[in-house]
Design a protein around this ligand. Structure first.
Ligand code: CA
Length: 231
């Protein structure tokens, strides 16, 4: 993948040399150029030096908290961020997503899983990755600009909240959205503590749009975190 003549640079921030090497090797296989950093500060410097397309960030770093790295970066950059987190650090992972990370992988992860996430993020943020107003998945067609949803050609009625929830998930295709982020986007800041609404409305959307609402193929649950639209 090539953007504006140069290779795609992926900054890899990970203090464990073995994992860092593994990730860099995978990134290279994808045709990208890895830029290695062993600490949060070195990672921020590498991003600030320019030309980075993606940041892969371990949350457990020796010099600073990975969440602080995300917060600092988000003050001046919209660079996509994929976080690597320990299995025991569930709450940290959610905090990182709320702070502006785009996706996560839980250690240990395989190369296939890693590359799938990297590709989604590069596609979403790459040239031509702009979201289009019309989305199609399964037999469903969603025209965001005209507030129109069809399933197998027949119009599906969605309430305003259902439509906004669907539009938010579609606008963030492939990206995990925390319950809190969905509450903020769909209901507004004042409802942040009513996270069970999200579950109720996702269930309604599945009933209207999925072939088998109990085994959804598109509106996926990220256990303990939130939801993801996967086309
Ligand atoms: Ca670490």
């Amino acid at each position: 993948m090539v953007v504006s003549g140069g290779p795609v640079r992926v900054v890899v921030v990970e203090d464990e040399p073995q994992i860092r090497r593994f990730v860099c090797e995978a990134v290279r296989k994808e045709g990208c150029l890895p830029v290695e950093a062993g600490s949060g500060r070195a990672g921020l410097d590498a991003v600030a030096a320019g030309e980075a397309t993606l940041l892969i960030l371990d949350l457990g770093l020796p010099d600073m908290n990975g969440i602080d790295v995300i917060r600092e970066l988000r003050r001046w950059s919209a660079l996509p961020i994929l976080i690597l987190s320990a299995r025991s650090a569930e709450q940290e992972k959610i905090e990182a997503l709320d702070a502006g990370a785009d996706d996560y992988l839980t250690k240990p992860f395989g190369i296939g899983e890693l590359l799938a996430r990297v590709r989604v993020l590069l596609r979403r943020h790459g040239p031509g990755g702009e979201s289009t107003p019309v989305h199609r998945f399964g037999g469903v067609e969603v025209d965001l600009a005209r507030y129109l949803v069809r399933r197998d050609g027949a119009e599906v009625h969605l309430t305003q909240i259902e439509f906004r929830l669907l539009a938010t998930l579609l606008a963030n295709t492939g990206k995990v959205m925390t319950n809190r982020a969905l509450m903020r986007e769909v209901w507004g800041a004042g409802y942040a503590e009513q996270e069970h609404y999200v579950r109720i409305y996702v269930r309604r959307l599945r009933q209207k749009l999925e072939d088998d609402p109990t085994r959804p193929r598109y509106l996926l649950t990220e256990t303990g975190v939130g939801y993801r639209f996967q086309p």
